[in-house]
Write a new protein. Structure first.
Length: 240
């Protein structure tokens, strides 16, 4: 159950998110609003809302911001109407790019996304062209230290309901199906484990290694997408 380390990319993404906290709060608020509109304002009865609120708390989003987002989604406060859209394409070197988007104007967003792809060595693809390359999974990451017993964590995680545990160079990645994510997280938390990352995400089935100029351009492309106000999540099978 060993695998190639994705921790460098994870740390890079997390560092950029921390540096742009205000923008992150705005994106999470949109997620909460859409979740409430689709499934109601009770997180216990709305799994999507529960995950969005959990993400808000992991990112230290103030409770007042969360409350206002829920109220906008329920119609108690005035708010925008956002549409969920997925765009798929390829970056330099043929790496897959999968974008989850919330937009209040698809006619604005679509040409912007197409332009970003084409300007940075990529191309926008047809619906479904890369979606099959990614599995939706819960991901819990524990940083390796001298105190961490890898074998014990592996056994406890699998016992708690994880479907895979990957021992990487500097981290331990615990993977679940989305429906079991919270139960596995809570079980391991109760046993004293701390996570440096905890989220439901999309994990590539395989990665593609890109080097040199293509790697630099790919990094730039992903950064631009992450900075875009309509792009909620950016996934790629790119490996440096």
């Amino acid at each position: 159950m060993a695998g190639h380390s994705k921790w460098a990319n994870i740390k890079h993404r997390k560092g950029r998110a921390d540096a742009q906290r205000g923008k992150v709060f705005t994106k999470i608020a949109k997620e909460i609003m859409v979740a409430v509109k689709q499934g109601g304002g009770d997180p216990e009865a709305n799994f999507k809302l529960k995950l969005a609120i959990q993400k808000a708390r992991v990112n230290n989003m103030p409770n007042d911001n969360i409350k206002r987002a829920v109220q906008r989604g329920s119609g108690e406060l005035e708010g925008e109407n956002y549409e969920e859209v997925v765009y798929e394409g390829y970056g330099p070197g043929g790496a897959a790019v999968f974008l989850e988007i919330l937009t209040d104007n698809r006619n604005r967003t679509a040409p912007e996304i197409r332009h970003i792809f084409s300007k940075n060595g990529g191309s926008l693809g047809e619906a479904g062209c890369v979606a099959w390359m990614f599995d939706r999974r819960g991901l819990l990451v524990i940083e390796k230290t001298d105190e961490v017993d890898e074998e014990e964590i592996m056994l406890e995680a699998l016992e708690a309901g994880a479907i895979d545990v990957k021992i990487e160079e500097d981290s331990i990645e615990i993977i679940t199906v989305p429906e079991d994510f919270e139960e596995v997280k809570n079980t391991l938390s109760d046993r004293g484990y701390n996570f440096v990352m905890e989220e439901v995400t999309r994990i590539p089935q395989n990665t593609i290694k890109i080097e040199g100029k293509d790697a630099e351009t790919m990094e730039k492309l992903l950064d631009i997408f992450e900075d875009h106000g309509d792009v909620q999540n950016v996934y790629s099978n790119f490996e440096m």
